[in-house]
Design a protein around this ligand. Structure first.
Ligand code: ADP
Ligand code: MG
Length: 253
């Protein structure tokens, strides 16, 4: 699905030029769940913007489903961004004082989906992201961090993209909420066959993927299969059990 070769990205010109990626190459097949891990400043977001067709490389080639992205017209690129790829960002913005359902319907309005189809598709995406009907009419500013991130995932899913790009989606969340979000991504990958690229600086988070690509200073330092990915849904249950045990202990005289 994704094939990049010798991708270089240089920001600025002359003396101010800074090269954030130095010849990065890999292929990702449909249905993979890959983590791209590296410390802050290693070039993860730069790479994600290129993979998401939000930015272009300075050098190298990017083929998406066999087609060289640099030869795509503006219309083709807009189609890819709107229909093929779902983005989940750390600093995403839900519209405040707007219902959960409306936040997920909006991308369909922009995609010219007929109005009679929009609600049903948005509700289906919300359910896949783990939110039920009782949440649909909540206002986005009344939600917890984990619920907000689920709405963000639903919004990324609603156009039924084949590829989900998530840049530090658990960045602002506590450990348990992070697991809930990771569980949602794992489920989308396992049960719905979505290709997922998860960007993170945390090894604990990356270990939930089936393959881990490590970046440092704009270069790949390793690219390995993860033979035993952690199961976020199981880990969430362990948290729940611990919380239950703690609340029982608190009730002891
Ligand atoms: P990460 O997401 O891994 O933290 P980034 O891809 O955001 O890393 O950044 C990699 C490097 O490129 C950093 O040193 C950053 O300062 C630099 N950089 C990122 N975006 C720009 C930009 N628009 N202009 C100049 N330098 C940039
Ligand atoms: Mg980043």
């Amino acid at each position: 699905m994704i094939d990049i070769k010798n991708i270089t990205k240089t920001y600025g010109h002359g003396g101010d030029a800074y090269t954030a990626l130095h010849g990065v190459s890999f292929s990702i097949a449909e249905g993979e769940f890959v983590a791209i891990m590296g410390p802050s400043g290693s070039g993860k977001s730069t790479l994600m913007h290129i993979l998401g067709c939000l930015d272009t490389p300075s050098e190298g080639t990017y083929r998406l489903d066999g087609k060289d992205v640099s030869t795509m017209t503006d219309d083709e690129l807009a189609y890819v961004r709107k229909d093929k790829i779902g983005f989940v960002f750390q600093a995403f913005n839900l519209l405040p004082r707007t219902t959960v359902l409306r936040n997920v319907v909006l991308p369909l309005v922009y995609a010219n989906v007929p109005s009679e189809e929009r609600d049903a598709r948005a509700k289906e995406a919300l359910r896949s992201a783990g939110l039920d009907a009782s949440h649909f009419s909540h206002l986005s500013n009344q939600l917890s961090g984990g619920q907000i991130q689920r709405v963000a995932i639903a919004r990324a899913l609603v156009n039924e993209p084949v590829l989900i790009l998530a840049d530090e989606p658990t960045g602002n969340l506590d450990s348990k909420t992070s697991l809930v979000v990771l569980g949602t991504l794992q489920k989308l990958n396992r049960e719905h066959g979505r290709t997922i690229i998860l960007i993170t600086h945390e090894p604990d988070i990356a270990e939930h993927a089936n393959r881990i690509i490590r970046l440092r200073d704009g270069r790949i330092v390793s690219d390995e299969k993860n033979p035993a990915p952690r199961d976020a849904t199981r880990e969430t249950k362990l948290y729940d059990e611990r919380d239950t045990a703690a609340s029982l202990t608190n009730k002891l005289p």
